[in-house]
Design a protein around this ligand. Structure first.
Ligand code: PSV
Ligand code: MN
Ligand code: MN
Length: 390
């Protein structure tokens, strides 16, 4: 493998930004049991305190995604100031129209207009919050769907969805965006109203340039070629962001890159190939994960590092050699170029990048040495559940 331009690779890795989710710091579990952990945040402010540790040790995680109402506070401007004092910014605002009894038959697609209005008013409130926090993105995931054939009219539900989305879209200010997330199934089992990238794309296309698709890596059927979806959305200018996590079976929300680091590399290669790392592309690289049994802060640090490693490998692909092999129909040669990059141990490179920006080369070890885990275990009693099942 020829020597790549390491200074460009290092510059891209230094500039990379990965957003962490407020709910990743709280207690969460399965529907069987939530195993509470000591030292878990009790307030949105304490979640920010923990996120500041992740940023301190990695240097690439300066923004934190909020989830409303889990992170409801009186004064969002004050919360933004609190974040700023800790070297952070408030990031994407995640709406929640799935935890209210009224939403049993859906939220924005509910057959009853009064329920749809209630959901709409929550989404509009989320845009008000974005105004106060200075957040760019509103992330929309809808649990809406049906469990039985005939339960509701599939097409009418699309009409209702389109209507609510267009009202929210009209409310977005300059520089604000709406990221529409899709998910194959769950909690609905027969139909889901936004089940795939095509549905999300069709709605976003009609809405306009401020509406973009978000790819949650855990929301696909096994075997789905996610990097193809990424390449296509990027090419169409409709990739708004990622929710990175890993899955083995369903929407497992495990650490990014834990189940299939090769898939994460293939995704990041398409991002690099489509110039998606550039600031102009505006792609939000977010984590969407929960930590049921593992300690949360080190797990989030690990996830950030896994995304960094996949990115480093993607940046190391010898694009010229690859293009040449592709042009000449050298199937094995082309595959070998990609695998050479994937098989490179990039940990020393990332350690160097961290050291050059004045950080410890090993973020997990630095966190362990920092004493933060002991401090929060001692100082915080009765930590908050992340939200699910609360
Ligand atoms: C539910 O599936 C979910 O995991 C979605 O991926 C959202 O992004 C997240 O919850 C937060 O609402
Ligand atoms: Mn998600
Ligand atoms: Mn999910």
């Amino acid at each position: 493998m020829p020597d790549p331009d390491l200074s460009a690779v290092k510059a891209a890795l230094t500039a990379q930004r990965i957003e962490t989710p407020s709910w990743g710091y709280g207690n969460s579990g399965t529907r069987f049991k939530v195993f509470a952990q000591p030292g878990v945040p009790r307030t949105p402010e304490e979640k920010l305190d923990d996120a500041a540790r992740v940023h301190e040790h990695t240097g690439v995680a300066p923004t934190v995604a909020l989830h409303i109402p889990w992170d409801r506070v009186e004064d969002y401007g004050a919360l933004a100031a609190y974040a700023q004092e800790r070297g952070l910014r408030l990031g994407t605002v995640n709406a929640n129209v799935f935890q209210d009894d009224d939403y049993k038959l859906g939220s924005v697609t509910h057959p009853d207009a009064s329920v749809r209005r209630k959901a709409l008013s929550h989404l509009l409130e989320c845009v008000d919050i974005m105004d106060a926090t200075g957040s760019r993105d509103l992330k929309l995931w809808f649990a809406d769907g049906t469990n039985y054939p005939g339960q509701d009219d599939i097409r009418a539900r699309q009409d209702r969805l389109a209507e609510v989305l267009s009202e929210v879209y009209a409310r977005l200010g300059d520089g604000q965006r709406m990221l529409l997330e899709y998910k194959l199934f769950e909690p609905s089992f027969y139909t889901t109203d936004v089940p795939d990238w095509g549905t999300a794309y069709a709605h976003c296309l009609r809405l306009g340039p401020k509406a973009q698709v978000v790819v949650d890596t855990g929301h696909h059927a096994p075997g789905t070629n996610i990097e193809f979806i990424v390449a296509l959305l990027l090419r169409e200018g409709k990739l708004g962001g990622f929710d990175f996590n890993s899955r083995f079976y369903a929407d497992d929300d495990l650490m990014a890159g834990a189940a299939d680091p090769f898939q994460l590399f293939r995704i990041m290669y398409e991002v690099v190939r489509g110039d998606g790392l550039s600031e102009a592309a505006g792609i939000a690289f977010m984590l969407d994960q929960c930590h049921n049994i593992e300690p949360k802060i080190p797990a989030i640090i690990r996830s950030v590092m896994n995304v960094q490693e996949a990115t480093a490998k993607a940046l190391l692909v010898d694009r010229e050699a690859l293009a040449e092999a592709q042009r000449s129909g050298d199937v094995l040669g082309a595959n070998a170029v990609l695998m050479d990059a994937y098989d490179t141990d990039v940990r020393p490179l990332l350690a160097q990048v961290r050291e050059e920006s004045g950080r410890d080369p090993d973020p997990v070890a630095a966190y362990r040495r920092s004493g933060w885990a002991e401090k929060i275990t001692e100082g915080r009693k009765g930590g908050q559940q992340a939200g699910w099942g609360a």
